[in-house]
Design a protein around this ligand. Structure first.
Ligand SMILES: [Mg+2]
Length: 181
């Protein structure tokens, strides 16, 4: 029995390469006041602690007044320290794709499902569970250990023109040096 929205509950409402694209602005455009996250492979590699980019991302959400919550199939020993470090509520042993964890999350957040977005890396647990609870779902690519530092990637792209200018100025200095010698 699939329940809720039937087979449609298996389809994400949206697909994104990673969670960082869900900026406070992007969330507001979607009418979200809170985000329910999966942990493993959605935010970090399995069993990894909170990373610097994740901590900064959560801080940016909280500063924008967006609340965060975890619904995980993992046990409390995994979920509590992670959630505590990110000042978020949590529901562990959620038994996803059951919708109960998401329904509980809505209750605890005190928000209607229309004001919450759920994010996860797995169709058959995260997306299905969120869909059964009637929550807008976003499927993200599983975290690749090689790309666990997305801000580094973004920084590199931003740095490119700066570096080019910097190299140019170095050349000028070098040339000057030659001319003066
Ligand atoms: Mg996962």
């Amino acid at each position: 029995m699939i329940g809720g929205r039937g087979i449609r509950a298996l389809y994400p409402d949206e697909t994104l390469p990673d969670v960082y694209l869900l900026t406070p602005e992007a969330l507001r455009l979607r009418g979200a006041e809170a985000v329910i996250f999966d942990i493993d492979n959605t935010l970090v590699t399995p069993n990894a602690p909170v990373t610097e980019p994740v901590a900064r991302y959560f801080q940016s959400l909280h500063e924008a007044g967006i609340r965060t919550f975890f619904v995980s199939n993992n046990g409390e020993e995994r979920v509590r320290p992670f959630a505590d470090a990110l000042e978020s509520g949590f529901f562990c042993h959620a038994g996803k794709p059951a919708g109960k964890g998401y329904v509980q999350a809505l209750k605890i957040l005190g928000l209607p499902k229309e004001k919450v977005i759920a994010v996860g890396d797995q169709l058959l647990t995260d997306i299905w569970g969120a869909g059964r609870a009637g929550i807008y779902s976003v499927l993200v690519d599983a975290v690749d250990p090689a790309h666990e530092q997305p801000f580094v990637r973004v920084k590199r792209v931003l740095e490119k023109p700066v570096r080019a200018v910097y190299r140019k100025s170095l050349k000028t200095v070098e040339n000057k040096g030659k001319r003066n010698s």
